[in-house]
Design a protein around this ligand. Structure first.
Ligand SMILES: CC/C=C\C/C=C\CCC/C=C/CC(=O)SCCNC(=O)CCNC(=O)[C@H](O)C(C)(C)COP(=O)(O)OP(=O)(O)OC[C@H]1O[C@@H](n2cnc3c(N)ncnc32)[C@H](O)[C@@H]1OP(=O)(O)O
Length: 299
């Protein structure tokens, strides 16, 4: 396994510095005789079934799989590797942290840092979303835990969502509850999934849906007992992979291109918006209060 620090080139000629310890190694980890491979990086586990052409990414950034810059960097690299390796036609996204799919953006990346950091962080968030949303692979989210805000966006960017039937696993775009505003492209993805009226309602109130409500509103496609999430995701994947790739991929692109282009054409302005919004004193205060509340919850 190779541990490296290097540079990753992102769109618009920008670079994101890879933190030391990021896994970039070749398929170094175990390769079984049955076509199963397991790639290991610090925060992102990749298991794959070469024969079936299916990979599974497990988020492994405890305690809550927050989307820290380090996590995003590893995640983007894994996604790129899978995307460029024609062995893989399908990708299942799930979590290795019990009870949490992802807590969304890492609030510590948005608090008390400098403007350059906010810009770098937001570019990585944009890049992650574009790569997920426009992936040529079939993406199935096996949502085995709570999935607020950015966690919900990752699920919404998949082609199909299976959620574990546990009332503690709530999913939604709750940004307004933090005193912040979901960016327009989060909103666009939600509108594309649940429709304009339901999205307006959910976004303004920052609704986090329990599984049955999420199914009802169309935020997820299936709710199944917790121990059946992975097997259901796999059988959905098999169904989707029966469709010829070229036809499905062109159709996916036809459905999603306009939404992605909307961000692509104004990426820099979107970064500037984020930086100036998040660096306001009032927003910093709201985020700090929210983080403090999360910490005090335990005591
Ligand atoms: C005009 C507009 C222009 C531009 C756009 C600008 C705006 C900005 C838009 C930004 C978009 C943001 C999207 C987001 O994703 S924001 C993040 C929202 N996330 C949340 O609200 C989730 C918060 N977390 C929780 O609700 C719970 O932690 C959770 C249900 C996930 C798990 O609960 P559990 O009881 O299991 O764990 P906790 O004890 O709560 O947490 C454990 C420790 O983890 C810390 N934590 C939790 N969430 C986060 C997070 N998102 N980031 C960083 N850290 C997090 C928590 O504080 C605990 O820490 P310790 O106490 O152990 O230190």
């Amino acid at each position: 396994m190779a541990l490296v620090a290097g540079r990753k080139t992102f769109a618009a000629g920008k670079t994101l510095l890879l933190r030391a310890g990021v896994w970039l190694g070749a398929e170094a980890a175990a390769r079984g005789g049955n076509g199963a491979r397991r790639f290991v990086s610090q925060r992102v586990l990749v298991e794959s079934d070469v024969t079936a052409g299916i990979a599974t990414i497990k988020f492994k950034n405890p305690p809550v799989n927050s989307l820290s810059l380090e996590f995003l960097t590893e995640f983007i690299i894994c996604l790129e590797k899978l995307e460029n390796d024609k062995t893989y036609r399908g990708l299942i996204l799930t979590s290795d942290c019990p009870g949490i799919f992802s807590a969304g953006l890492d609030l510590r990346e948005m608090c008390g840092k400098n403007l350059a950091h906010y810009a770098e962080y937001w570019r990585a968030i944009q890049e992650t979303w574009l790569k997920l949303y426009l992936s040529n692979m079939v993406l199935v989210a096996a949502i085995n835990g709570a999935s607020p805000a950015g966690g919900c966006l990752m699920a919404l960017s998949s082609d199909y969502r299976v959620l574990a039937d546990n009332p503690r696993y709530r999913i939604g775009l709750n940004e307004t509850l933090l005193g912040i505003v979901a960016p327009f492209w989060f909103k666009d993805v939600l509108v594309n999934t649940i429709g304009h009226r339901a999205a307006e309602h959910a976004l303004q109130l920052g609704l986090l849906f329990q599984p049955t409500e999420a199914l009802q509103v169309g935020m997820v496609d299936q709710v199944v007992p917790e121990d059946q999430v992975q097997s259901t995701a796999l059988s959905v994947m098999t169904e989707w992979l029966a469709i010829p790739d070229h036809a499905r991929q062109l159709t996916k692109s036809m459905m999603r291109k306009a939404t992605a282009d909307n961000l692509i054409k104004q990426r820099e302005a979107d970064i500037q918006n984020f930086v100036s919004f998040v660096s306001r004193d009032s927003i910093q205060k709201s985020l700090q209060v929210y983080l403090e509340k999360l910490k005090q919850k335990k005591h």
